[in-house]
Design a protein around this ligand. Sequence first.
Ligand code: UDP
Length: 245
Amino acid sequence: MSPETPKYHRILLKVSGETLAGEKKFGLCPDTLKAIAREIKAVTDLGVEVGIVVGGGNIFRGLAVSAQGIERTVGDYMGMLATVINSLALQDVLEKAGMPTRVLSAIAMHEVAEPYIRRRAMRHLEKGRVLIFAAGTGSPYFTTDTAAALRATEIGAQALLKGTKVAGIYDRDPEKYAEALMLPHLTYFDVMTKDLRVMDITAVTMSKEQDIPIIVFKLLEPGNMKKVVLGQEVGTLVEGAGHEK
Ligand code: UDP
């Protein structure tokens, strides 16, 4: 096999809102968006089909506003709308980097995005368009991690890539503990039972049921996403117990 032959031919990338904010805690960082576009381009240049689910935590989180007295479901819809804002920003930078894209929204808003229709999504992928799935699952009480696992399942993605700020999954928070250890290989069960807090449990359960490997890796390390797609050992690979080495 040539060293440039992808291990995964169709992937779903989850990018959190926080990642899009770069060093800031809020809003969008233009340089970070461009860096993400370069990572994605390196992968589409290999012929890999890419779907992306974008979070909204850099703008709005339902739980946070419900703590301020706004009803949880209202806050969740506000959070989903935040993911649409992020999706449009990402679409713009991806198109400028030379990738044809479509934003597919789980909440209908015809003037800014296509509605999410699975069959249409499949057709776009076949035509080499990068898909950005906006508005999460379209339902409150979910997260965009779960939307990512759901869309990965629906489009038949061979891997769910979770791009983060740190190198992978650690035994404790690496931003708080200098001695935190990165764990290169875990089972879904480990992630669910060891309280590793890297992804919500619904998303992990869904990936487990569908046997979709999850790779948690540092998105803003140049060349990293391509390495993941080529099957090189980057970050943490989460898969079923039967796959353990
Ligand atoms: N959200 C929701 N349903 C979904 C996905 C997201 O209600 O299917 C809301 C929820 O309030 C969440 C917010 O949108 O807090 C932003 O998504 P998330 O927190 O997953 O973003 P991230 O942490 O990845 O930036």
